[in-house]
Design a binder for this molecule. Structure first.
Ligand code: BGC
Length: 851
């Protein structure tokens, strides 16, 4: 009887649950957009016909920072937006995924789809209609501040990952926005710099991911970048927006601006921009009504923008169903699993001498976990993509949780916190402050005194100072002991400064959107004084500058060295984090100050030191790499990062990430380096960036992309030189081999060429390999990179297992962009197919002659 009652109660609860979920799910299930149709077209035209010209113009500007404008006369509500690819971040806590460069490091297209679906569900759970991602710009240089948000250095990898990602997001009834169109491959001076690039380089390197997003992924929204391209801002770039995007690629969706990336009303209106975000500072009635009346802008051009918005919104059913879908969880356990999978798949093992890894948890009694990235979790980079997770797993917590209570865990940051250095800096007699009403330290200054300068805030998003000033700080530092001192400084990336020591410039951040933090090393004798002058140009009101001295021998804490010396093994977590790498500024190639010394000190104290790197790409490892046995790149691993790092280190996960970038030894070796700041040198003026619709007053720094096609591995394989670690490289705990390459010896030019081969797990543990196929064109008439990635497949294999992989190469795989004929062109003749596990290790070769 009792049992029966229990059964009934249980089935009843199941019934209630089923009803509840029916109720919730029935209300608004994920709805993929329907294709455009005569019915949709008719509805859109009918709505358009009810609008006055002023109302139409109103619709093409955003409102409330993150919404499209509502229009009550046609019952159109406002639609909500959110950043972006690593988490639906704008509206409170969320799941923070391993996205961007970490996603590319997975080389897993199905995972890209799952991530897209996860983000789509997160968006629906927050009533979000437009997801402002993915970002697909090319990682041209390791110092570009937003590489972490983007994917890789390779157009084929980006194109292949972005399509399922977009399909995943849009399958949930959420519009994906591919960004930043185009050429945002640096943060330095991003509002004002012109990326000057020839058409072939654009077509072959910088645009294919956008093209794939539009043509194959059917993305319904595109966001223009801040920068100029060949002298015209993206938001008014006819070639990109009209000729390519809306012309050749047939884009039918909405082209929106980045936030405050519109610089001219008529220019933007006539050159393809459909929606000015976040508000109509330029494309407003005041500017456009007279332009339409005066014949400078056609009313049909405005109509086209409105129709694009309406059609897209109708296709998604935004006016016919609630976007908020309570069937999708706000705190999503399923999302958490996706976050974990991304972190597990992306962590890339770069060095494993011994092999030291994987560690046997049973053999570890004491572990030291040290470094600025060990705690708190370095979830993502900074800026508009920065998602706040409900909870995150730091490296310390991940390892301690995995090892359990029997193991002794010692944590130390190892280095002082940057703000503490600024706060605790001891200036002889304090700091003199002179504030000038001018921008060039001229005129009479208001003077004052401070104990120190410790105002550093990484936050970039303050409004421009309405009464721009310049501030000069002067102070004297007296060395207590003889030795090396680091002079550390950081301001907001939007500010500029120069610091002089005894009259000689030692540090500067002269470009708007420069690099943070910066440091110089100065030798001082015991009791020696040095006078410091910091000339600071804040862009916002107040100050966001900090600077101070730290004595190098005291940099690394005694506690960290002690912990390292008594531990069986050390995990040393270094690299960048949200304050030091993010939107609005580039980062340094060198590690943030003190970290080189930290690795040297810890490696000297314990030979079993495993270094984990956090960051959007390559960084300087020269001072210490030979001194540590193991190195892992974790990218920005999202909220579950610490758990994933632990799983890899202790062999619960066989590492399978592969470098989506060439890992340079020196920044100077990077092919973009000579061109990065423009042929004519850096532009040192701080510009007014169009606040309050004010006209701009600046000269355009032209960044000539003289490296052309020679980005990343294209450069390395063509020159025969080698980076530290090649594109595509990543170690595993098992070994894979490749065999049995089959390709037709001849094929018709333009036909699809099937290539197949075996991948074998020759080791003793299960693992995943990324088989990479490169195409080389030795008989070409054009100058081409030595090899280019044209296919890949991630293969999971049990020990001893073999899989036959087939990859089909289409015409594009053999083509280059011919500048004379303005066409994708194949030079018939000999091609070489190369297959292997990195851009530099391709053991299988076959010749294919295209006739
Ligand atoms: C960023 C975009 C972002 C937008 C909205 C801008 O600063 O460049 O990527 O989508 O802000 O947050």
């Amino acid at each position: 009887m009792r049992n029966l009652k229990n059964t009934i109660t249980l089935s009843f609860s199941a019934f209630i649950l089923a009803c509840l979920s029916q109720l919730l799910c029935g209300a608004a299930r994920a709805q993929a957009p329907v294709p455009d149709s005569p019915a949709i077209e008719a509805r859109a035209q009918e709505m358009l016909a009810k609008l006055t010209l002023v109302q139409k113009i109103e619709l093409i500007g955003g409102v409330d920072n993150m919404y499209t404008r509502p229009m009550p006369v046609i019952d159109l509500p406002r639609f909500k937006m959110s950043d972006a690819s690593v988490g639906v971040r704008t509206w409170g806590p969320t799941t923070a995924y391993a996205g961007g460069v970490a996603l590319a490091a997975t080389w897993d297209t199905e995972f890209a789809r799952s991530l897209g679906v996860g983000l789509g569900k997160d968006a629906r759970a927050r009533n979000v209609n437009f997801l402002l991602g993915p970002g697909v710009n090319i990682a041209r240089s390791p110092i570009a501040g937003r590489n972490f948000e983007y994917l890789s250095e390779d157009p084929y990898l980006n194109s292949t990952i972005v399509v399922p990602f977009i399909e995943g997001v849009q399958s949930q009834g959420v519009i994906a926005t591919v960004k930043h169109f185009a050429l945002n491959s640096q943060e330095f001076n991003r509002h004002n710099a012109s990326a000057d690039v020839d058409e072939r380089t654009m077509r072959e390197i910088y645009l294919p991911a956008f093209e794939a997003a539009v043509v194959k992924g059917q993305v319904d929204s595109v966001m223009n970048s801040y920068n100029l391209i060949n002298g015209a801002h993206a938001t008014q770039n006819e070639f990109l927006n009209i000729k390519l995007l809306k012309g050749e690629w047939g884009f039918k969706g909405v082209l929106m601006s980045d936030w405050d990336a519109t610089y001219d009303a008529v220019g933007a209106a006539n050159n393809g921009l459909d929606l000015e975000m976040p508000s109509p500072k330029f494309m407003n009635a005041k500017n456009l009504l007279p332009a339409v009346k005066g014949g400078k802008v056609k009313e049909a051009t405005i109509d086209d923008k409105v129709l694009r918005l309406l059609r897209t919104e109708l296709r998604y059913g935004f006016t016919d169903r609630p976007q908020l879908d309570p069937a999708d969880s706000t705190f999503s356990v399923a999302g958490r699993a996706i976050a974990m999978q991304g972190a597990l798949e992306s962590i890339t093992l770069l060095k494993n001498e011994g092999p030291l890894l994987p560690l046997d948890p049973a053999k570890v009694k004491t572990i030291a976990i040290i470094g600025p990235d060990a705690w708190p979790a370095a979830v993502g980079g900074g800026g508009s993509s920065e998602a706040t997770p409900f909870e995150s797993v730091s490296t310390v917590a991940g390892i301690a949780n995995l090892l359990g209570p029997g193991v002794h865990v010692l944590y130390s940051r190892g280095l002082p916190d940057m703000n503490d250095v600024f706060r605790e800096a001891k200036w002889d007699g304090g700091v003199k402050v002179e504030t000038f009403a001018s921008r060039d330290f001229t005129g009479t200054a208001a003077t004052g005194k401070r104990r120190n300068v410790a105002d550093w805030k990484p936050d970039q998003w303050e409004p421009a100072d309405p009464t721009p000033r310049s501030i000069r700080y002067t102070a004297t530092f007296k060395a207590a002991s003889a030795g090396k001192y680091l002079l550390v400084a950081a301001a907001s990336g939007e500010d500029a400064f120069k610091i002089l020591a005894d009259g000689k410039q030692v540090l500067d951040q002269v470009h708007a959107e420069g690099q943070v933090p910066k440091y110089a090393t100065i030798d001082l004798g015991a009791g020696q004084s040095v006078s410091i002058q910091a000339d600071y140009l804040p862009r916002a009101a107040g100050s966001r500058l900090g600077f101070g001295f730290v004595y190098e021998p005291e940099l690394v804490s005694a506690e960290a060295k002690q912990f390292a010396s008594i531990a069986d093994v050390v995990v040393l977590a270094i690299g960048f984090d949200a304050p030091t790498e993010g939107e609005g500024h580039d980062r340094t190639f060198e590690l943030p100050w003190g970290q080189d010394a930290l690795v040297e000190a810890i490696a000297a104290a314990n030979p079993h030191t495993i270094v984990t790197l956090t960051g959007g790409g390559a960084m300087d490892t020269r001072r210490w790499l030979s001194k540590v046995p193991a190195l892992l790149h974790t990218w920005y691993p999202g909220q579950e990062g610490g758990a994933a790092v632990a799983a890899v280190i202790f062999g619960k996960q066989n590492p399978e990430g592969k470098l989506p970038i060439s890992f340079d030894l020196n920044w100077e070796d990077n092919p973009s380096q000579p061109y990065y700041y423009g042929a004519a040198g850096a532009d040192t003026t701080l510009h007014t960036i169009g606040e309050n619709g004010k006209p701009l007053d600046y000269t355009v720094p032209h960044i000539k992309y003289g490296d052309k096609l020679m980005v990343g591995y294209r450069y390395w394989t063509t020159t025969g030189k080698h980076p530290l670690f090649p594109f595509g490289f990543g170690l595993s705990y098992t070994t894979f081999s490749f065999a049995n390459l089959q390709a037709p010896s001849t094929a018709a030019s333009g036909s699809t060429v099937p290539v197949s081969f075996d991948v074998i797990n020759a080791g003793s543990v299960a693992g995943a390999e990324v088989a990479q196929l490169y195409v080389s064109d030795p008989s070409t008439k054009a100058t081409r990179p030595e090899r280019e990635l044209k296919g890949f497949e991630k293969v999971r294999l049990a020990p001893g297992e073999k899989k036959h992989v087939t990859l089909n190469l289409d015409a594009r795989a053999f083509s280059y962009w011919d500048e004379a004929s303005h066409k994708w062109t194949i030079d018939p003749g000999k091609f070489v197919i190369l297959v292997g596990d990195s851009s530099e290790n391709t053991p299988l070769h076959a010749d294919v002659t295209l006739k």
